[in-house]
Write a protein that binds this ligand. Structure first.
Ligand code: ADP
Ligand code: MG
Length: 300
């Protein structure tokens, strides 16, 4: 087991950020830590990386205890914090060598070169960090997180704020790194989890609400998503009253998205309701299930 989280609770004064959270991450797994803003993702990651202590509970990383063996924990973890704090006035190489020094890396120059090659920073290696695009800064962040060759990589929203091309590049880099490392990354982007992760842990208001493979989450939590367009407005509550319907949202005009957690095809019920209310049905389609809907369903 690479990361073992047991009954972690964290209070910031009276504010409870984490409530009795437990989960684990296996060796060489890429786990997505998913949740809306304020769910407690960053707090959990700061606890795992020994940046802040929990109020109660314990975490072990590669068998080392965060309370008793925090130095060992840090040696085994690479951490890319949220907003990727970097020294903008330092040069890429200089910065990586500096971080390598903090970790007492041997053959620093050689290791810096390896990290530059691994993260695709060759062209930018002689620039100041402040002169780099967000995508390249993220690469520098990943390079510094990997410089001491940790077994576990913790990344807090590594792709937030990237443009679509940068996003694709950083995602494939994460996948590449994930082949030999245990990776835990937080995100609020659902597609990311589907694209990158083996498993997803969803947190909401400081509590774990799901912990499963993306595949089985989709199968278990959301049975069907229906998009319906009427020729007239309908009371949302009437749609909600249909048996098995969990969620109804308006998507413009008289169009509604309906999420149901039942095997039975509810399209017939929607149609019958429309007939009963003397409203015409313009379209009535079943959509492919998406992680996004699972997420909404679990964190509503
Ligand atoms: P996330 O990363 O999922 O957005 P955070 O872990 O940053 O969530 O925050 C969880 C909760 O704890 C939020 O309600 C946030 O306002 C609160 N919080 C986070 N850091 C602090 C802090 N240093 N002091 C007080 N409250 C905090
Ligand atoms: Mg955060």
């Amino acid at each position: 087991m690479s990361i073992l989280v047991e009954n972690i609770t964290k209070l910031y004064k009276e504010q409870k950020a984490l409530n009795n959270v437990s989960f684990n991450v296996n060796e060489n797994e890429i786990v997505g830590f998913l949740g809306p803003n304020g769910a407690g993702k960053s707090t959990m990651m700061k606890i795992i990386t020994c940046y802040i202590p929990p109020t109660s509970g314990n975490v072990k990383v590669c068998g080392y205890d965060i309370h008793e063996q925090s130095i060992e924990v840090r040696k085994n973890i690479g951490y890319l914090p949220e907003h990727n704090p970097l020294y903008l006035d330092m040069y890429v190489k200089e910065f990586l060598a500096f971080v390598g020094g903090l970790y007492k890396v041997k053959n620093i120059a050689q290791r810096v070169k390896e990290m530059i090659d691994l993260t695709g920073l060759q062209v930018e290696q002689n620039k100041k960090i402040g002169a780099l695009s967000k995508g390249y800064r993220q690469r520098v962040g990943l390079a510094q997180a990997m410089i001491h060759n940790p077994k576990v990589l913790i990344m807090d929203e590594p792709t937030t704020g990237l443009d679509p091309n940068q996003l694709e590049e950083i995602r494939s880099l994460i996948k590449k790194l994930g082949k030999e490392k245990t990776v835990m990354l937080s995100t609020h982007i659902m597609q990311e989890v589907e694209a990158v992760c083996d498993r997803v842990i969803i947190i909401n208001k400081g509590e774990i609400v799901a912990n499963d493979t993306t595949q089985s989450l989709k199968q278990n939590k959301v049975k069907q998503i229906i998009v319906v367009e009427f020729d007239n407005a309908i009371e949302e509550q009437l749609l909600k009253n249909i048996a098995g319907v969990e969620l109804v949202s308006t998507i413009g005009g008289n169009k509604y998205k309906i999420v149901a957690t039942e095997e039975r095809d509810i399209r017939k019920d929607i149609f019958n309701l429309a007939v009963e209310k003397n409203i015409g049905v313009l379209t009535l389609n079943k959509e492919e299930q998406k992680m996004e809907d699972v997420f909404k369903e679990l964190t509503k």
